[in-house]
Write a protein of this length. Structure first.
Length: 190
């Protein structure tokens, strides 16, 4: 079983890379953004099916563990898990699961509202609240409210979620009425 590969990115495909480790090129499916001819170190998850053996690579063990957790949800195989992880950053996805934010998860291709809700139901308790640092007790509740407020103003969730998550974690004691003006200032400043 392959646990980790280090080498040079020799080719970049649509959803995979060829990672040259020594004189062997491994085809690794990855959500990571890697540059051609760059050095890479990927934690590997091997998925064996009747008709294939595929390697999935992640830059952190946390991302690999999240992939493994996603694939335990019925209806979410490696392909859907990779689509989710390619669309949504690991921290953002973990926050979405912890806060019950199905809308964010449903932004991934091939993931509808029902699958997103199923992911939340099946993983929220498995992943444990301790893995999610919101900076305070109010912060977890403020994020969904802030996202809803900004979406009602016409902003797309995927364009604002990282900024909103950062604002909430930096200002855990503020409620949504104070966070919205800060977010709008942040958006207009870019």
């Amino acid at each position: 079983m392959i646990g980790k590969l280090q080498g040079v990115i020799d080719y970049i495909g649509d959803d995979f890379v060829i990672l040259m480790a020594g004189s062997v090129g491994y085809k690794v499916y990855t959500p990571e953004i890697l540059a051609l001819k760059s050095n890479a170190s990927l934690w590997i998850e091997t998925v064996v099916r009747e008709d294939s053996i595929r390697l999935f690579g992640f830059s952190t063990i946390a991302a690999q563990n999240l992939f493994n957790q996603l694939t335990t949800v019925s209806g979410v195989g490696p392909k859907v898990a990779m689509a989710i992880m390619s669309t949504i950053k690991t921290d953002t996805l973990m926050t979405a699961i912890a806060t019950g934010d199905a809308k964010t998860i449903a932004t991934a291709p091939g993931v509808g509202k029902k699958v997103a809700e199923k992911i939340i139901v099946e993983l929220k308790n498995k992943m444990g609240g301790g893995n999610f640092d919101f900076g305070g007790t109010n912060a977890g509740g403020a994020l969904p409210d802030l996202l809803a407020a900004l979406e009602s103003l016409g902003y797309r969730r995927m364009d604002i979620i990282d900024m909103a998550q950062h604002l909430v974690s930096q200002n855990p004691d503020l409620d949504v009425t104070k966070l919205v003006p800060m977010a709008l200032k942040e958006i207009s400043g870019k």
